[in-house]
Design a protein around this ligand. Structure first.
Ligand code: TRP
Length: 449
């Protein structure tokens, strides 16, 4: 039954699926706009530190929980430490995944709009300043936004009904490397633009004056978002890993590739932003303004644009599939729902969140929570609250409450590999660094410090 649900037959399949989950709009849309909002270099440095000190260890903590039991978070905690209240964090994961996937699919809808426009030859051919207006008028139109978002979700759930290994995984295995190659081509193109070095300077010149607390919180949340942490996604995926796969190597591969894609996206976007005299802190619309301007000056721009949005679409759907799988797996395992019933319920709940967030820039633009519209609120609270809280829980659980032996067995594959340096490092980060860092961040934005 379980094997049927996701069935990663090979180690490559499992790692590829995890990379597919990690690489998505988080890297290509969110990372550049957050870096732009937070002044560039210093944000990126903090981001990288967060990946190494928190991201990889927390990814390992999810892998240990998932693979040692081959269960979801709740079932795993019940098996490993009967009676432990940590099982309730499974609900944070499920609710977090519904909210995140809800607003994330709105951006997937934007990708479809841009894909549609580029394929039909209508995207390019405007003045650079017009791209901002075009984007604003698009997100201000309720029917188009809702239509594309719902269409995206329908495709997402159709793929989920067919099982992952047959459909999207195979496609993703081709699309992800292609996306990578395409990003490299775009990087070279951006670096050749006049004045591109100002963009590189912005990206890699570290100036802490521009960062502040907000930037540090954002960088941490972004690291969790990008690596798919904190909402039990990787617990679910690793519950299908084989017992002999090297967890640490897989975690480093997944995080390394994910980070590379984010940095490459930055190198595509910022040299162009500065070369065309645009605003780096444009917020969520950043790439939708810049990319058409970039494609426009490339020979064969329409083809590049279409290819890029096709690949971005695939990168996005492998991420939303992993997010959708969290509530589905949970309902099947814990409430003994049939897969179809779990899928339908997840689809209904996610669509409700998605439609409301798709309307955040039009019909519901007056509705604000802590000064943000619904979309921006979810984009804040998903990574910076749900993921951090979930990450805190798995770090504390594995660091302090799980038997050392279980961790050791997972890190060494029952004594077959050495974990002389890895284990003390992971345990130190999970016990001390991650909890302290996350608690400080929470105390900060609840206003206590
Ligand atoms: N990591 C994905 C991205 O960067 C988003 C994502 C997919 C995600 N699955 C997740 C985020 C699970 C948190 C938890 O686009």
């Amino acid at each position: 039954m379980k094997e049927k649900r996701l069935g990663f037959a090979t180690r490559m399949g499992a790692v590829a699926a995890s990379v597919g989950s990690a690489v998505g709009l988080g890297n290509i849309w969110r990372f550049p706009y957050q870096a732009g909002d937070n002044g560039g270099g210093a944000y990126i440095l903090v981001y990288l530190i967060c990946v190494i000190l928190l991201g990889i260890p927390i990814m390992m903590s999810e892998f240990v929980i998932g693979r040692s039991t081959h269960k979801n978070m709740k079932g795993a905690v019940e098996q490993l430490t009967p009676g432990s209240p940590f099982k309730y964090f499974a609900y944070i994961g499920v609710i977090g995944a519904l909210l995140i996937c809800g607003y994330y699919s709105v951006v997937c809808g934007w990708v479809i709009e841009y894909l549609w426009n580029s394929a039909s030859g209508n995207l390019l051919g405007h003045d650079p300043e017009q791209y901002s207006q075009i984007f604003n008028s698009f997100i201000g139109s309720p029917d188009r936004c809702v239509l594309w978002t719902v269409l995206f979700l329908v495709l997402n759930f159709l793929v989920l009904t067919r099982g992952i290994e047959k459909g999207v995984e195979r496609v993703a295995n081709i699309m992800m490397p292609l996306l990578f190659v395409l990003l490299i081509v775009f990087c070279v193109n951006s670096l050749l633009l006049p004045g591109s070095m100002k963009g590189m300077d912005f990206l890699f010149n570290v100036n802490f004056d521009k960062l502040g607390w907000k930037g540090a919180v954002d960088a941490m949340g972004q690291a969790f978002m990008s690596l798919s942490l904190g909402v039990t996604c990787l617990i679910t995926y690793s519950s299908y890993f084989k017992d002999d796969s090297p967890l640490m190597k897989d975690a480093v591969t997944i995080s390394g590739l994910d980070t590379l894609v984010a940095i490459l996206s930055g190198i595509v976007i910022f040299p162009a932003v500065f070369s065309f005299g645009m605003e780096p802190g444009a917020g969520p619309k950043l790439i939708f303004e810049i990319l058409p301007t970039i494609f426009q000056q490339m020979p064969g721009g329409t083809i590049w644009a279409t290819l890029f949005f096709v690949l971005l679409f695939f990168a996005s759907i492998t991420s939303t599939i992993s997010l959708s799988e969290i509530p589905i797996t949970f309902m099947v395992d814990e409430y003994k729902f049939s897969r179809v019933k779990a899928l339908l319920l997840t689809a209904v709940l996610m669509s409700a969140v998605a439609v409301v967030s798709a309307l955040s820039f039009s019909s519901l633009s007056d509705v604000t929570i802590i000064g943000k519209n619904i979309f921006d609120f979810l984009d804040f609270v998903g990574p910076n609250f749900f993921m951090l809280l979930g990450g805190l829980a798995t770090a504390v659980y594995v660091g302090w409450f799980l038997k050392k032996e279980v961790v050791h067995n997972q890190l060494t594959n029952y004594g077959k590999r050495s974990s002389r340096f890895v284990q003390p490092y992971i345990i130190f980060c999970l016990r001390y660094l991650a909890p302290i860092a996350i608690v400080i961040i929470f105390l900060h934005y609840t206003g206590i410090i």
